[in-house]
Write a protein that binds this ligand. Structure first.
Ligand SMILES: [Zn+2]
Length: 499
């Protein structure tokens, strides 16, 4: 039986957090000494260059003595396209002899005596051979590969089971997955949910594969309990289904991943489902990134405006939240950048990886008010580096602006059905000023002047900037420009400067 199909997760009993904390520190010490230091070429070098003895890292607190790993440290370059392979654990004979703890070398020596050199090699190949890969998405850097061994695939299944436990799906429920078929974490995490549980999942491949009409047909025929996908596309699809008069007969959950999910968008989705015959749908955010090789779910929310945060897995991960400028580790509940450390697995493992994602409410260790589970929770809105590629923090007319802020602001204005933001140089002249052009499609019957005035005022209030122009355009034109049916990722915010 798959580990993932066994009963409740190991932290379900009512233990207090500091007991888990001790356990997690032990696991960290072991994982660093038995795997990361001896077998990861990248981290072996890093420890040696900084003259850090891995045996001295005994707790999460001690991690502060280690430097961060950034995207730039591991992304492939023109000179070194195989750079991401440096992160993959490789137990070569030399590495075992040189850097593995003595107890481990002894254990492997005994195994060799019993099974022969070939037998041991076969066993290690089974444990360490990558079998699967996903890629980061980004604009400036080349995609970085992250490898999974069969042990990591097994963990992806365990996580799948935990994600469904968190939502409360039951055996026999059905789900429709509209994430694009791609070598990206989101699709494969959902695939693992289906493999590890007793829920039937239909994977359509999203708008690019089946077109929105095909996805709506699947929605109507399957009548899923849960709909899973990227926020912008799920909204687009449900809105079109609603216009076509599709009725929902069993929908209870929506799970959204790969991008931030503003509360106002959750409200819109709940309202849309209610109009289509499914009142009281719960909308869950799912947070994940390629480098961690799995995702975390948001606890069952009491209403779309409340969130109890994303439940992390203390047996698989260590999270820190740091000051993005100084790198100083922050306390519980403090806003900062999410830093990730693998605590488990083979394949590509990272240590103190800076995600670039900013979380408003930091890390919280109190029991969850929603379900009582005692695990570290990532709380509050997460401004994701991956939301709009590499330029979420961009200089507009000399001031740094977080363009991600447009997402919650635009979701709140109900008269706006779709929107797209373009950053460009005036007159296409690289030396001229930056311009922000906002294109919007409005709900029928709205007054264009009144709504554009309201948008300008709300953007000004939230971000202290004003778009240079707000164009009201037909919905079909905007949908085509967003690429909802033609691209893997919608072009919600386009930066045309430097083209
Ligand atoms: Zn909870």
């Amino acid at each position: 039986m798959l580990e993932s199909l066994r009963a409740s997760p190991p932290w379900a009993p009512r233990r207090v957090w500091h007991e888990w904390e001790r356990e997690r520190d032990l696991r960290l010490h072991r994982f660093l000494n038995e795997q990361l230091y001896p077998f990861s070429p990248f981290y072996n070098r890093l420890f040696k260059e900084h003259r850090i003895d891995p045996r001295s890292i005994r707790s999460v607190r001690d991690l502060r003595r280690l430097p961060f790993t950034t995207k730039d440290d591991i992304a492939p370059t023109a000179e070194d396209p195989a750079r991401p392979l440096e992160l993959v654990l490789r137990p070569t004979e030399e590495a075992i002899r040189r850097d593995a703890p003595r107890s481990m070398a002894l254990r492997l020596g005994l195994e060799k005596m019993r099974q022969g050199t070939e037998g041991l090699r076969r066993r290690l190949t089974l444990e360490y051979q990558p079998v699967h890969v996903t890629f980061t998405t980004g604009r400036s850097a080349q995609p970085t590969q992250f490898f999974y061994t069969s042990l990591d695939m097994e963990r992806l299944h365990v996580v799948g089971k935990r994600l469904l436990d968190l939502c409360g799906l039951q055996p026999g429920d059905r789900a429709l997955n509209v994430f694009p078929f791609a070598p990206h974490l989101a699709f494969w995490q959902v695939y693992a949910v289906g493999q590890a549980t007793t829920v039937l999942i239909v994977h359509t491949g999203g708008g690019k594969v089946m077109g929105t009409a095909g996805n709506i047909a699947a929605l109507e025929r399957l009548q899923p309990t849960m709909l899973i996908g990227v926020p912008g596309y799920v909204y687009h699809m449900l809105r079109q289904a609603s216009e076509k008069g599709v009725r929902l007969r069993g929908m209870r959950f929506i799970a959204l991943g790969a991008e931030r999910v503003p509360p106002a968008l959750k409200v819109r989705l709940v309202d849309l489902c209610a109009q289509m015959g499914a009142p009281g749908v719960l909308v869950h955010g799912v947070y994940g990134f390629t480098e961690a090789r799995h995702a975390w779910g948001e606890c069952r929310p009491p209403d779309p405006e409340t969130s109890y945060g994303y439940h992390t897995y203390p047996d698989f991960d260590v999270f820190e939240v740091v000051d993005p400028a100084s790198g100083e580790v922050l306390g519980p509940g403090e806003r900062g950048e999410i830093v990730y450390t693998s605590l488990h697995g083979r394949g590509s493992c990272v240590l103190r990886y800076r995600t670039g994602d900013i979380v408003e409410g930091g890390l919280v260790y109190d029991p969850c008010p929603g379900c009582g589970r005692i695990v570290p929770r990532i709380c509050g809105a997460i401004s994701r580096r991956s939301d709009i590629g590499e330029f979420h923090l961009t200089k507009i007319r000399g001031t740094f602006v977080d363009l991600n802020e447009f997402l919650p602001v635009m979701a709140r204005i109900r008269e706006v059905v779709e929107w797209q933001l373009t950053v460009q140089k005036r007159n296409n002249d690289p030396d001229d000023l930056d311009e922000l052009i906002l294109a919007v499609a409005l709900r029928a019957g709205s007054s264009a002047d009144a709504v554009t005035d309201m948008i300008a005022a709300q953007v000004q209030a939230a971000m202290e900037i004003r778009p240079n122009r707000i164009d009201v355009v037909p919905l079909a034109q905007l949908e085509a420009s967003l690429g909802l049916d033609t691209q893997l990722k919608e072009s919600r915010i386009r930066d045309l400067r430097g083209r």
